[in-house]
Design a binder for this molecule. Sequence first.
Ligand code: BG6
Length: 459
Amino acid sequence: MAQVNSDALVFYGATGDLAFKKIFPALFQMIKRGHLNVPIIGVARGDFNLEKLQGRAKESIQRHANFDDETFEKFLALLAFVGGDYTDPQTFLRVREALGAAKHPTHYLAIPPILFPSIIAQLEQSGCAKGARVIVEKPFGTDYSSALNLNKLLLSKFSESSVYRIDHYLGKRPVNNLVFFRFVNSLLEPVWNKKHIESMQITMAEDFGIQSRGAFYDVTGTIRDVIQNHLFQILCNLTMEPPQTLDSESIRDEKVKVLKSISPLRAQDVVRGQYQGYLQEKAVSKDSKTETFAAMRLHINSPRWDGVPFFIRAGKQLPVTCTEILVRFKHLPSAYSSIASKPNHIRFRISPDVTVAFGMLIMAPEEDMASVLSEVQGNPTPFPKEKDAYERVLTDAMAGDPTHFARQDYVEEAWKLVDDYLHADSPVFDYIPGTWGPEEVNELICPPGGWNNPTLQKK
Ligand code: BG6
């Protein structure tokens, strides 16, 4: 059911953390922009009612969005509530009733995947699945086989074109800009290959710990939480071949091809770390071996990338919160080689600010036969009313555009790459909070020329 506007949104998990931090603010912004004007039905278990939900929505929007009374009035006029257990058929009959005349509702499962089987069965039995699409939150499974099962379950009741698997990194403009930037600038394509690129590295650093998410994080870890999804998406955007056309399937086909040409992770290509103090976090097992940091080296076996190493690093309790990519270029042999002090680079900062910077060599001051690296920065000023990633993906899902969602084959291929490694026993090294991970990283997984440690300008 592609490209049909949905005429109602039902979201399950309406009293949860995600709804509070992300979904209410995103829906509010969509209404403000005139992108959402259909019934919104919040569903939750436990002792809740419409009035309480309205109160919670207000608090959430005041805290996380640009609240105004006029838009909030519109929001309240659209908001309904259905309470009940997700295994109880009555709950879904009430949802069906609340949907009224809607023919193409979107069901957004903002709930733990363990509840999916009963919800999906109930959606069908109650008639709520008819003409509908479904949005599912990450994590999409915990490994290859669980993702297969989840896909099987979803696709037994919905067609692939009606399933929208969220990876909110695909709702970030600077992440999508990577593909755009590569293919609209004719300067880049001739050098975007193994002949000219020495290595690429992607760093996603966070200067905070697991916050209050111990129960989730301890069974998840960095690789499952952000690498298998967010950072692999970035890698695909940096390395995919140009799609034949700009339709969603051609773009998603190219991403899957990248994943299929990566060799699965081997133990020697990964270093895992855990910050000191993690074991004392709430809801974390006292002898946990879960990683809060991981660095890895990957190879893409394709004519374009054969032999170029790709490095990915992510972690909690690192010195800064920043996601950044560094593409390093090779030196070309010439009479000037000996004075080329550093490789050229392109640096893409995804967050907290957005930067595209070219690192180029220029003549050193007062010295003709020496070079210094200087960055030429294009700073794409964020569009003043830039959408939040959740707002963008929910807007797309409601409009039936699947481009920025993970397709079935994509999630399965992404799990395949990390599956063997995740099921094997591997060491986890500790590191001091506020550092760039365990010392072992620099010995074992180090890009040529070293890691690029992002720094933030003091405000
Ligand atoms: C989430 C992870 O998917 O992404 C979190 O579960 C992580 O652990 C978050 O902090 C980072 O998202 P963003 O948009 O703040 O970079």
